[in-house]
Design a protein around this ligand. Sequence first.
Ligand SMILES: C[S@@+](CC[C@H](N)C(=O)[O-])C[C@H]1O[C@@H](n2cnc3c(N)ncnc32)[C@H](O)[C@@H]1O
Length: 219
Amino acid sequence: MTAHTPPPDPPAVQAMVRESGYEISEVQAELLAVYLRLLEQWNTRINLVGPRKWPQMLSQLVADSWHLAALLQELQWPHQCQSLDLGAGAGLPGIPLRLFWTHGRYTLVEIRQKRVAFLHNALAQMELPGTAIHHGRAEELPETLLPAHLVLSRAFMPWHQLLPLAGSLLDKTGRLIILSNTPARQEMFAERARLVQVRPYQIGDQTRYFWVLDRLARV
Ligand SMILES: C[S@@+](CC[C@H](N)C(=O)[O-])C[C@H]1O[C@@H](n2cnc3c(N)ncnc32)[C@H](O)[C@@H]1O
């Protein structure tokens, strides 16, 4: 018999986030609860994410986003910053990220129709600032979305394939941030990119990493 988990309610969400060392507002907790409820509901019909219950979704998947927001807040971005979240899937890291980092214009790029339908549904209920969806291939983005100042990749494609694609999308001062379970070293990239920093962060007992890259070759 599986234990019953009550639906996500904002105080429980806020308390779980606090346990991980971050403070979020009541409004942010309400919107996160909306997102988690939608994820639980849609995940029974289409394959969106591995965890089936919201506490695991929050602690294992959504948690990356508030760590990422903390990093993005430390970096300088142009006023008209254009961000691309490639292969957004169920909206990770982008949908929760936009609750905590609202700068510029942010586009969730996703190729699969059902996932795009989920993203539209989530955005309609959450009204995130400056956030849009592009249904299509990351390799065929319209000029209106380019050049990007930030490209984000979480479980999208292997980094060695991603580098030339991101290089073709980024402004010359733009950055690529890869969410990874392993650290990185400059030698991995040689002349293809500069590794500006590798930021470790803790999710439960697992260490994860943000790789921040710039000066990507346009090959
Ligand atoms: C493994 S999922 C990761 C989703 C999300 N970023 C996450 O971390 O949960 C990869 C996603 O990329 C999408 N995708 C794969 N190739 C793509 C492409 N060329 N352009 C846009 N999206 C693509 C897939 O449909 C899928 O939703």
